[in-house]
Design a protein around this ligand. Structure first.
Ligand code: C2E
Ligand code: MG
Ligand code: MG
Length: 764
């Protein structure tokens, strides 16, 4: 709840609380509380006041009512004879009875010498006028009147009686009995005084002279009736049904003990309630259990205060309004708590829903949500295609700059992508995003998009460049979003395989990938099934055409797939790692066969980059040389890329190979992207110029490249071999360009190892 709402609620509560308190809504509850307080206080009466009870038994003994006045006279005489101090009759003497009886009573009153009081009371007639019931004049001549009215009816209970009659000034019995006390207009009775302990004497016993004088001597006596048939019964707090006369006794005792209560009404309670409200509104919100504790404690404290004021100062304060307000505060708090919890729950649900449908880091859709969105588009005929974009270099950036920068780069990347396209964007993997397209992008549009994404990202002072690769698939009627996504994935994988910037899905991609899986699977058992073989390609001196070496080339005749070209299975073996086993087999087999056939020339074997990374090439070569083939006739061909990086551990491996006498040749030279400058610093012996240069040799530029490389090689004391020589013309040009060796179909297809040794044969 906002503070404003809380204040409004607080004011509303206070108004309701005050209104209900003033309307007496809480009176029954307060009555119950007061009954408890009275019972808890439980004071002893003064014992100065005695009740003479015309009880049911006394009525039965006499048999008639009203009693002959002579009986009242007799009771008065007896009491006076027993030494009673004063006697008050709570009995109606306003009507005449038999003259003799009235005379007898008047005589007794006269004898009492002014120490007898007779009841006078005001009644309201049916017409609404006041009518007084007052003792007969002849009685009044000897006895004063005493008011016996009660008032202060609240919650059906008698709380007070008038100290005197306001219009006539007639004092109550309590006032008559306590003439020296200060008299309040309304005398609130302290029911804490235990009325059960008031000395009560039966009228019958009194008439029979059977009363112990000690009970009456020096006491003030009130005569009244408890007989139900006489209908002088009232409801009082704590004691329930009381004879009217007993209420007079209670009032007289209250005054005697100086306990006339002062009614404070609901106001103190309301003030305290206002303070509680103020606290709960303005102070910081407490935890529920603490709030409950504090409110309950405050209620107890208010209860204690009320009891203390009553017990010590005779002040009567209502507390029910306070408790009611405290309870409603708690209820509101509980409701509030539930509302807050429900809101919290709803928020959590929303969050969960969001997380289920989004990538938390970037805010991109999840794959599931993307598919849903794409399906909706399909339903609206909007979907034209899917574009997958893979960020290729963020991981490297992470390794060198810290992962939070890479994460931030990905976030910004997503923002750029999201801003650049219209359709739904999802993050499928940490590096892969999918975009739904409503129009297929043209090549130009795609380039603009990719270029935009590859613009460096400025993050914390760094400029991070990301490289991306894409795969796309076009939607066709009948395709599902899932299938479309799958096709885009396939296109992306194909682009990756082919080292392309991206590719659009074509139907034969699936076939290619299936073929790949088949080749990969079959290759794993190729060695065990003895399906591998070696072909040897001659290496020939350019000028003399003498065969000086051979390159061992792997051949595979698969039982299931038939002949598979190394151009197909070697890259696959490099990816899957099986190249380590294959390379090992080639090295051993080539050396073994060379030794076996008495080959006296050089032997070249190809070693793939993956072998350097994943195995101990030196140990492998040494093991192959155990066949007896001399190390100084062995060439190891490596690709340009692997040394161009200047990777220290690979350079070290090459040095160790050279240390045991093996020569190193750089295969396919010129196809890598590296500069020539690294050549000088590398442990190599031979450069093998790639056949693509031979194909371009008929152009001036192609010839120039070969010439330059050959010259550079010579300058570095490296020997030069050119591969892919197919014609005599090519051979002639290469001879002029100062290339030592050549290799190519001009001298035959790769085949079995020549049996007559090297140097003997002149290649055809
Ligand atoms: P490479 O090492 O550059 O081998 C030369 C490739 O060019 C061979 O293809 C060979 O048959 C072909 N070739 C030779 N002369 C000519 C020519 O005059 N014209 C044309 N058009 N091609 C010619 P191959 O045997 O299909 O091997 C392809 C590639 O497979 C090799 O290229 C090599 O990188 C890899 N490879 C072959 N055997 C192995 C091996 O045992 N281990 C490793 N790691 N790679 C191997
Ligand atoms: Mg080679
Ligand atoms: Mg080559």
């Amino acid at each position: 709840m906002s503070t404003f709402v809380r204040i409004l609620v607080a004011i509303g509560l206070l108004v309701v609380c005050a209104a209900t308190a003033l309307l007496g809504v809480w009176s029954p509850a307060d009555a119950k509380l007061w009954e408890m307080r009275f019972a808890a206080a439980d004071r002893a009466p003064s014992a100065d006041i005695v009740f003479v009870d015309i009880d049911a038994d006394s009525l039965t003994a006499i048999g008639t009512w009203p009693w002959p006045r002579s009986l009242h006279a007799q009771m008065l005489d007896s009491l006076m004879a027993l030494g009673a101090y004063e006697v008050a009759f709570d009995i109606d003497f306003s009507a005449r009875s038999r003259p003799a009886e009235d005379a007898a009573f008047a005589r007794s009153l006269e004898d009492a010498g002014g120490y007898a009081y007779l009841a006078a009371f005001r009644q309201r007639t049916a017409s609404g006028a006041d009518s007084w019931s007052r003792p007969l004049p002849e009685f009044q001549a000897h006895a004063k009147e005493a008011l016996v009215n009660v008032d202060g009816l609240k919650a059906g209970l008698i709380w007070s009686l008038p100290g005197w009659d306001a219009s006539t000034g007639l004092p109550s019995i309590a006032a008559r009995f306590n003439s020296d006390e200060v008299l309040p207009a309304s005398l609130r009775i302290d029911y804490g005084i235990n009325l059960n302990r008031i000395v009560s004497v039966s009228a019958k016993a009194l008439l029979n002279n059977a009363v112990d004088p000690a009970l009456v001597e020096g006491k003030q006596v009130i005569i009244g009736t408890s007989a139900i048939e006489l209908h002088d019964l009232l409801m009082a707090p704590r004691f329930g049904v009381l004879p009217g006369a007993m209420v007079q006794v209670a009032a007289a005792e209250t005054l005697r003990l100086g306990r006339a209560l002062i009614d404070l009404g609901p106001w103190p309670s309301l003030v305290l309630a206002a303070l509680l409200l103020l606290g709960s509104t303005l102070l910081p919100k407490l935890k529920l259990d603490r709030a409950i504790g504090i409110v309950l404690t405050s209620s107890l404290a208010v209860e204690g205060l009320s009891f203390g004021l009553y017990a010590l100062l005779a002040l009567q304060m209502e507390t029910a309004p306070y408790h009611a307000l405290a309870a409603s505060l708690l209820i509101i708090r509980l409701i509030d708590e539930r509302v807050v919890r429900r809101r919290e729950l709803r928020r959590q649900h929303a969050r969960l829903f969001y997380l289920a449908n989004h990538d938390e880091q970037t805010g991109a859709l999840s794959q599931r949500a993307w598919i849903d969105a794409a399906e909706r588009w399909i339903g609206q005929n909007r979907l034209a295609g899917a574009l997958l974009i893979r960020v290729e270099q963020a991981e490297n950036a992470g390794a060198s700059l810290g992962f939070h920068l890479a994460d931030e780069a990905i976030r910004q990347f997503y923002n750029r992508l999201h801003a650049a396209v219209l359709g739904p964007v999802a993050r499928l993997e940490s590096q892969v995003f999918a975009v739904g397209l409503d129009v297929l992008l043209t090549g130009g549009e795609l380039s603009v998009l990719i270029e935009g994404l590859e613009q460096p990202y400025a993050i914390e002072g760094h400029r991070i460049a990301l490289k991306v690769r894409w795969g796309s698939a076009a939607f066709e009627h009948g395709k599902s979003a899932v299938l479309l996504l799958q096709e885009a994935r396939t296109a992306l994988a194909m682009a990756r395989r082919k080292h392309l910037g991206g590719s659009a899905y074509a139907a034969d991609f699936e076939i290619q990938f299936q073929r790949r899986r088949q080749v990969d699977l079959a290759l794993r058992s190729a060695i065990a099934r003895n399906e591998l073989d070696l072909a040897f390609q001659l290496q020939v001196e350019t000028h003399t055409r003498k065969v000086v070496g051979v390159e061992a080339l792997l051949r595979w005749q698969s039982a299931e797939l038939g002949w598979v070209s190394p151009g197909e299975f070697i890259p696959l073996a490099e990816e899957s790692g099986s190249i380590v086993q294959l390379g090992n087999w080639v090295a051993h087999e080539a050396c073994r066969r060379a030794v076996e056939s008495g080959w006296t020339g050089r032997l070249s074997i190809n070693i793939a980059p993956a072998q350097f990374v994943a195995s101990d090439v030196v140990a492998m070569v040494q093991s192959a040389l155990e066949s007896g083939f001399p190390a100084n006739r062995l060439d190891v061909e490596i690709t340009e890329g692997i040394v161009a990086g200047g990777h220290l551990s690979i350079v070290e491996t090459l040095e160790r190979l050279r240390a045991i006498g093996v020569s190193i040749a750089i295969d396919d030279f010129g196809t890598g992207h590296s500069s020539l400058s690294y050549l000088a610093s590398l442990p190599i012996d031979k450069i093998k110029i790639d056949q693509s240069f031979v194909r371009q040799m008929h152009t001036a530029r192609g010839a120039e490249v070969i010439k330059t490389i050959a010259a550079l090689g010579k300058a570095l004391a490296l020997s030069i071999i050119v591969e892919g020589v197919e014609t005599e013309g090519e051979l002639a040009i290469l001879g002029d360009l100062d290339c030592d060796l050549v290799q190519g179909f001009l001298f035959g297809k790769p085949g079995p190892l020549p049996t007559d040794g090297a140097g003997q044969t002149q290649a055809a």
